[in-house]
Design a protein around this ligand. Structure first.
Ligand SMILES: O=C(NCCCOCn1ccc2cnccc21)c1cc(-c2ccc(F)cc2)cc(O)c1O
Ligand SMILES: [Mg+2]
Length: 214
């Protein structure tokens, strides 16, 4: 029984990042993934696009689907205004355990609610569990075949309001063709593609930003 990649990533954070300094946590993970072991964090190039969208939206309530090791959780939470909340869903308990420690190392635990379980079950419970009326911002980064059903579920549960922003990772690689087809052709969304690269590689990938029109 050796360590897992998420555990080695966490160890790199604890070794190279300063507690309470989110940027040093981001830098430590990017360095580990670029020079030691690739991992499926959104990364620095797409992360800068994520930062600009989060800053523009300035969300009071945000949802992340797919925590993994907490890299994008830290990127988003570090930009949130005081009093705002980020809810992040993770299916894999081992990933969630690492993410909790990464988020804690960054000192952002008070802004983040990490919930374990499948999005299809948890999204309908958001209002009851967290008193959320609607989400200003949603980052989709989980199973690529769940992007479309979960976007529809958010609509059906009235968890989106006029102006809510969905930002989807990996729309090219691994790819989310059904989601792109739906969201780009729906009269209820205004979408824009941000061309970039798969984290830590030269492979094309990108983010799709979609504004819900109500
Ligand atoms: O697969 C990826 N992410 C998803 C993880 C599981 O998420 C499961 N999951 C997390 C919450 C959650 C809630 N409900 C259901 C499932 C739920 C993912 C994969 C790649 C990638 C690209 C090229 C490769 F050669 C290999 C991998 C890159 C990425 O950026 C990704 O995000
Ligand atoms: Mg991703």
């Amino acid at each position: 029984t050796g360590s897992t990649r998420p555990q080695r990533l966490l160890r790199a954070v604890q070794k190279n990042a300063t507690q309470g300094d989110p940027q040093s946590v981001i830098n430590a993970i990017d360095h580990f993934c670029r020079h030691k072991e690739w991992a499926m964090n959104v990364g620095d190039e797409k992360g800068s696009i994520l930062d600009s969208v989060v800053s523009e939206v300035n969300p009071s309530t945000a949802l992340e689907l797919g925590t993994y090791c907490g890299y994008s959780t830290v990127r988003i939470a570090r930009l949130l205004p005081p009093g705002s909340q980020l809810i992040t869903l993770e299916f894999n308990p081992a990933y969630a355990a690492v993410a909790k420690q990464v988020i804690g190392w960054a000192g952002l635990q008070d802004k983040v609610q990490l919930v374990e379980g499948p999005s299809g079950d948890l999204i309908p419970q958001m209002k009851d569990l967290f008193g959320v009326q609607s989400f200003d911002f949603v980052f989709l980064d989980h199973w690529k075949d769940r992007y479309l059903p979960d976007a529809k579920l958010l609509e059906e549960c009235s968890l989106l309001r006029k102006g809510s922003v969905l930002l989807a990772d990996n729309v090219i690689c691994p790819g989310t063709p059904e989601y792109l087809e739906y969201i780009r052709n729906s009269p209820r969304y205004e979408s824009r593609y941000f061309k970039s690269h798969l984290e830590y590689t030269k492979v094309e990938d990108g983010l799709e930003k979609s504004v819900f029109l109500g």
